[in-house]
Design a protein around this ligand. Structure first.
Ligand code: SF4
Ligand code: SF4
Length: 342
């Protein structure tokens, strides 16, 4: 069950306060502008909140929390919240969603989930839910319907937007459970079947599990402070647990550190990763929250953690290049998001 269902009881799932009168086929993000939608009947224009009762901008469906195979038994966080700070809410009077600006960290998750192009990060700071309809796309009157599967393109925001630069501060101010929720939802929205652990479960210490798109499982440790240095050691324990309790062969598992910033290039972190690979033949991967946000903002899916990508054993890496973001990601969102500091 969701720990924060704010809109239920106002509109039921599948009900819309307004509708476009035709399916959306594409949502196109334009940084510093409103999001555009293209409709199946050839009309196009900027999106507006239709007050959809299942509000995918706020809430995940139960089916989205499932994991493939044996790993579905992993004790996952049951929260269906999309927003890591609970900033997106429901205006029951006007039947639209709204954002409590003071609470929004501008991660873009809600933007990437609205199938109607109603949300943008045009100010580079926080999400805005549009309720006006200057192109006259919406038809007044409630209706029922299912969310269309839409193509998403464009760029939610430039990587030098203040929301990206502020991530070390804003994420640093989150409770652990909200940081973990942010990471789970980012992994999901960039295309991975993944789950983070249920808080308070003392029998399980793995922070996250999931699958690359090839079907290969991964275990992850999420560290946003100096503890990143300890995560390769914790990952060894995680691999052992995944092997002994869920039956995956050790050489089939990819261990991943999900960190806020890549450790300094002279850090012991890279030496430990090299030692682990040399002695145990396990290749620890590293990705940053900034890189996950860069993928989300640029509508780029992540294949997963198999292969050479994210193996930063030499302490020399540019995640932007590995992610195929060169040319788009001209700036690091914040120091250490793509490259280790010298
Ligand atoms: S912002 Fe989008 S997903 Fe959220 S309630 Fe409005 S139309 Fe639905
Ligand atoms: S941009 Fe992120 S923090 Fe802001 S309302 Fe949307 S999901 Fe919440």
């Amino acid at each position: 069950m969701s720990d924060f269902v704010v809109h239920k009881g106002r509109l039921t799932a599948g009900t819309f306060a307004r509708h476009y009168g035709a399916d959306v086929i594409e949502v196109h993000y334009k940084h510093e502008e409103r999001t555009e939608v293209m409709l199946a009947d050839g009309r196009a224009g900027v999106g507006t909140c239709l007050g959809c009762g299942s509000a995918t901008c706020m809430e995940k469906q139960d089916s989205e929390l499932r994991l493939f195979g044996e790993l579905d038994a992993f004790p996952g966080d049951p929260s269906r919240d999309v927003c890591p700070t609970r900033a997106i809410r429901w205006d029951g009077k006007n039947l639209v969603a709204f954002v409590e600006v003071a609470d929004c960290i501008g991660c873009g998750l809600c933007i990437s989930r609205c199938p109607y192009g109603a949300i943008n990060l045009a100010n580079g700071m926080n999400a805005t839910i549009e309720t006006t309809d200057p192109d006259g796309l919406a038809v007044e009157g409630s209706t029922k319907g299912e969310h269309p599967k839409v193509k998403r393109s464009g760029q939610i925001a430039m990587l030098n937007a203040p929301a990206a630069a502020n991530l070390p501060v804003t994420i640093g101010g989150l409770e652990d459970a909200r940081t973990t929720l942010l990471v789970r939802n980012l992994l999901n929205e960039v295309g991975l079947n993944a789950r983070t652990r249920r808080r308070g479960d003392t029998n399980m210490r793995i922070d996250a599990v999931g699958f690359s798109r090839s079907g290969r499982p991964f275990v992850a440790e999420i560290e946003t402070g100096a503890e990143a240095l300890d995560s390769p050691r914790a990952l060894l324990e995680d691999v052992a647990v995944l092997h002994s309790r869920y039956g995956y062969a050790v050489d089939e598992i990819d261990p991943v550190s999900i960190v806020l910033s890549l450790p300094n290039s002279r850090s012991e972190y890279y030496q430990v990763i090299r030692d682990i690979e040399k002695v145990l033949r396990l290749r620890c991967r590293t990705i940053t929250i900034g890189a996950l946000i860069a993928l989300l903002w640029n509508c780029v899916k992540l294949e997963g953690f198999d292969g050479d990508v994210f193996t930063v054993g030499e302490g020399k890496v540019d995640l932007a290049v590995w992610l195929g973001l060169n040319g788009v990601a001209l700036d690091e969102p914040y120091p250490g998001a793509f490259k280790p500091a010298k």
